[in-house]
Design a protein around this ligand. Structure first.
Ligand code: NCD
Ligand code: ZN
Ligand code: ZN
Length: 353
């Protein structure tokens, strides 16, 4: 006998947005986009393609490919970003703003993460671009880790904040800045005490796991991302900011698909794929911590407010219903191992793809 629908526990939220997403391109794009489009109204699309999206022309063309890859009938708006380099000009920033298609510019320290080789070598070289961004009010999105191999990998976010981000936030006093995928107590405290216009995105993996999970019973390459998972104290500090309902912290999955063979390798790629169940994974994390009432604003309000975009009026419903996440998903001619593969999840999207 089936349970009457009226007895099902449901959670209805404003349709959320994903403020940090990697969609890749071509076949990979077609494989992952439907998951995001089924849940989110908009997403900030990361520009770390190969070659990177460094110009407005390239961003517009990439937006066209994303729109063309959308499932029929899907309503989803890709918000594009420019990949900053030592050469990005003030003129390019103005073109980006005038296009109406670009919502921010991304700072990857050269060598910090996947496809960051063409990134910024010295933030001093960004002066013209950052001044123009401040002038046209285009937010700066930051992968906040130093790249110096001598710095302990768990300290790279803190060092970046001290050496680069804090001075930058002071110097460009009106620039809006997002510390992407915040992973440490240091990062959380920096954002909580920073001037107005400084915010952070939070991923599901940094909420659900600490670094022990990377080594639980053996090496777990599918939990390897950058910034790498941190200590339990760091994880707690992110949850505390969310429990406080701090509007500076909002949803950004950093869903970053890599083919299974590229992760299960002697030198595995950094990136966790979470788009398949992104909202459900956040619901799990929030519920586990007793802060489920904080999910709606984190997922559907704070980010839109920060980006000065209207909050979505549409609603989305999650049902409390245990299901088992697939072990893999198709990814072009190969496959992807998603976050939580083969594990039970207690929330399910009504009518997921
Ligand atoms: C991202 C990717 O694979 O593009 N990887 C990751 O570990 N987060 C890049 C990034 O966001 O740093
Ligand atoms: Zn990053
Ligand atoms: Zn990312």
């Amino acid at each position: 006998m089936s349970t009457p629908v009226s007895e099902a526990v449901t959670l209805t939220l404003r349709r959320p947005d994903d403020w940090h997403l990697h969609l890749r391109d071509a076949e990979a794009l077609r494989a992952v986009l439907p998951f995001t489009a089924a849940r989110f109204a908009r997403a900030i699309i990361m520009p770390n393609l190969d070659p990177p999206v460094t110009t407005t022309v390239a961003a517009l063309s990439y937006r066209g490919r994303i729109r063309a890859a959308l499932p029929r009938g899907a309503r989803f708006e890709p918000l594009m970003t420019l990949y900053l380099t030592d050469e990005t000009s003030a003129e390019e920033i103005r073109l980006a703003r005038d296009s109406g298609a670009v919502a921010g510019c991304k700072l990857y320290p050269a060598g910090a993460t996947t496809h960051s080789a063409a990134g910024v070598r010295d933030v001093a070289n960004l002066q013209a671009a950052l001044e123009a961004m401040m002038e046209v009010d285009l937010p700066l999105l930051v992968h906040g880790e130093v790249v110096d191999a001598r710095v302990d990998i768990f300290e790279r976010e803190a060092r970046f904040i001290e050496q680069v981000l804090a001075p930058l936030v002071e110097r460009y006093a009106r620039l809006r800045v997002v510390l992407e995928h915040v992973s440490t107590r240091h990062g959380v405290e920096f954002v909580r005490s920073a001037r107005t216009g400084v915010a952070a995105t939070v991923t599901p993996q940094h909420l659900l796991f600490n670094r022990n999970a990377l080594f639980a019973g053996g090496l777990r390459p599918h939990l390897y991302c950058l910034p790498v998972l941190k200590s339990e104290s760091d994880r707690r500090s992110i949850l505390e900011a969310l429990a406080a309902g701090d509007p500076r912290f909002f949803l950004g999955t950093d869903s970053a698909p890599h083919a299974r063979h590229a992760k299960e390798s002697a030198c595995g790629c950094a990136g966790v794929f979470s788009a398949h169940a992104a909202l459900e994974l956040y619901a799990e994390a929030f519920e586990r911590d007793g802060i489920l009432p904080r999910l709606a604003a984190f997922a559907g309000e704070f980010g839109a407010d920060f980006y000065r975009l209207p909050r979505n009026e549409e609603r989305i419903t999650l049902v409390k219903q245990s299901w088992t996440l697939p072990e893999t998903y198709p990814f072009g001619d190969t496959e992807l191992v998603p976050l939580g593969a083969g594990k039970p999840l207690s929330w399910r999207l009504q009518s997921a793809p």
